[in-house]
Design a protein around this ligand. Structure first.
Ligand code: S3P
Length: 171
């Protein structure tokens, strides 16, 4: 099995879909933000506040190199900006979770943990800036993706079923 790399904008549900996929397949799920937080022993929010985004991107780059060299047969969910890694395609099959910006924000706001979800993502603090970032990134996400899953109005379980079906062609 090749790795599966989940990409997509903040709040689109990469973590929830990853958990569903690993529940219903042999894939073990790991997450680049979780790896960074445990490596640094602090939260993403603190890394941004204390050392800035540039430092965070350096950590993502180190993780990307390690994934390519050392990780196989794994489902890797990534932070929304991780797709910029130049070796992304060498890590595995790229699956984009896609949704319109407004649907993503509604989804976050309707979540029981909405405040926490917004607070932990420094780049969502300003919604106007976040929309700009979304507009700039979306064509790049689409360009990189081997598989696109429209997650709008679908449960994580439905998305995971669709993913496992579509990914068969690539393993
Ligand atoms: C980021 C997304 C976040 C996290 C960091 C930066 C981004 O992950 O990596 O706050 O640049 O889009 P999620 O996509 O899991 O929110």
């Amino acid at each position: 099995m090749k790795n599966i790399v989940l990409i997509g904008f903040m709040g689109v549900g990469k973590g929830s879909v990853a958990r569903e996929v690993s529940k219903h397949s042999e894939y073990i799920a790991i997450d680049t933000d979780d790896l960074i937080e445990s490596m640094e022993n602090r939260k993403i929010k603190e890394i941004f506040a204390e050392d800035g985004e540039k430092y965070f991107r350096k950590l993502e780059k180190n993780i990307a190199k390690w994934l390519q060299k050392s990780v196989q047969n794994t489902l890797i969910s990534t932070g929304g900006g991780f797709y910029k890694q130049e070796n992304l395609k060498k890590i595995g099959t790229i699956v984009l979770l896609d949704s319109p910006f407004d649907a993503i924000i509604t989804r976050i706001k309707e979540h029981p943990n909405a405040a926490k979800k917004l607070k932990k993502r420094p780049l969502l603090a300003d919604l106007k800036a976040a929309k700009k970032l979304y507009d700039a990134r979306r064509p790049e996400y689409l360009e990189l993706a081997d598989i696109v899953i429209d997650v709008t109005d679908k449960s994580a379980k439905e998305c995971s079923k669709e993913l496992l079906k579509k990914v068969k062609k690539y393993v």
